[in-house]
Design a protein around this ligand. Structure first.
Ligand code: C2E
Ligand code: CA
Ligand code: CA
Ligand code: CA
Length: 277
């Protein structure tokens, strides 16, 4: 009966893991309510590099949550919960204000560097999103040309009409729009045609498979040609090796982002990185 015993304990383990998972999520949901008040959020910055000059040309703001009990919690985990619990508006405005404040500071110090901020589906659906962004730009003194908003296909498709309206408004005041995780959805080309975009960010999954799969390489080089032909900027995401860097150079990809150049850094470490360049 040894097998039966182990099978049972396997099931027990499964139940325990499941209930621990539920408790974890429940605890996260509860502490999400107070994360802003308790100042547990901070913004990391990852440089986006010019492939030819190897100089940083902009950066992406990435949200970080330092949970008192669990330590660092990934935005991939807590943003979906925040969306469900109706907290993502507030968190989204917080990260936008923090990133604009920092970039306005760099600009005043003589370093005009564009900052890209991720936007969730819930924010983009709101009829006042463009106004909220305008208010934060005025409040922080960041020139609109130094702000980029990263939207995903899913976020746009949740309400295409309203999203397009908000993005057109933002473009008209000089804010840039990037389509994030490009190539992972179903309607990528339709969005390239319909949206007021400045930039495509090629999803990391292409880069991951490019070294081993010739089809991925072919798709990537064609997408880069397409972006260049349409006068869209293009950033390859998730560049981790020198070989990938060299491949992108050969394909005339202008910009790249990834651990090969730098991990996302705290504000202080990011300034050190800029000063070393
Ligand atoms: P994303 O917008 O696609 O951001 C890129 C993710 O790839 C980041 O993960 C970044 O740390 C990671 N990354 C960068 N270079 C490399 C690399 O060379 N290799 C690998 N393996 N990973 C790399 P992170 O910071 O964990 O963020 C995950 C996702 O969470 C983001 O994906 C974005 O969808 C979301 N997110 C992050 N910050 C915010 C935010 O402020 N608001 C919203 N709505 N979503 C956010
Ligand atoms: Ca992004
Ligand atoms: Ca991305
Ligand atoms: Ca992503």
């Amino acid at each position: 009966m040894y097998w039966a015993k182990t099978a049972q304990s396997g099931l027990e383990q499964y139940h325990r893991a499941f209930s621990e998972q539920a408790t974890y999520r429940g605890n996260l949901e509860r502490s999400l309510q107070s994360m802003l008040a308790r100042q547990e959020l901070w913004v990391a910055y990852q440089p986006v590099m010019d492939l030819v000059t190897r100089q940083p040309v902009s950066c992406e703001a990435l949200l970080r949550w330092e949970h008192p009990e669990y330590g660092s919690v990934s935005p991939d985990t807590f943003i979906p919960i925040a969306e469900e619990r109706g907290l993502v508006q507030e968190i989204g405005l917080w990260v936008l204000r923090a990133a604009c404040t920092d970039a306005a500071g760099w600009n005043r110090a003589g370093r005009a560097l564009k900052v890209a901020v991720n936007v969730s589906a819930v924010q983009l659906r709101g009829a006042h999103f463009a106004e909220q962004v305008t208010d934060i730009l005025n409040e922080t003194g960041l020139p609109p040309a130094l702000l980029e908003l990263e939207v995903t296909e899913t976020a746009v498709m949740a309400n295409m009409a309203e999203a397009t309206r908000q993005l057109l408004h933002l473009r008209s005041i000089g804010v840039s729009i990037a389509l994030d995780d490009f190539g992972t959805g179903y309607a990528s080309l339709e969005l390239v045609r319909e949206l007021p975009l400045n930039k495509l960010k090629l999803d990391r999954s292409f880069m991951t498979s490019a070294e081993t799969e010739s089809r991925s390489r072919l798709i990537m080089s064609i997408v880069i040609d397409l972006a260049n032909a349409l006068d869209l900027e293009v950033v390859a995401e998730g560049v981790e090796t020198g070989e990938q860097h060299t491949m992108l150079l050969a394909w005339h990809c202008p910009f790249a982002q990834g651990y090969f150049y730098s991990r996302p850094l705290s504000h202080g470490a990011f300034l050190d990185f800029l000063n070393r360049q």
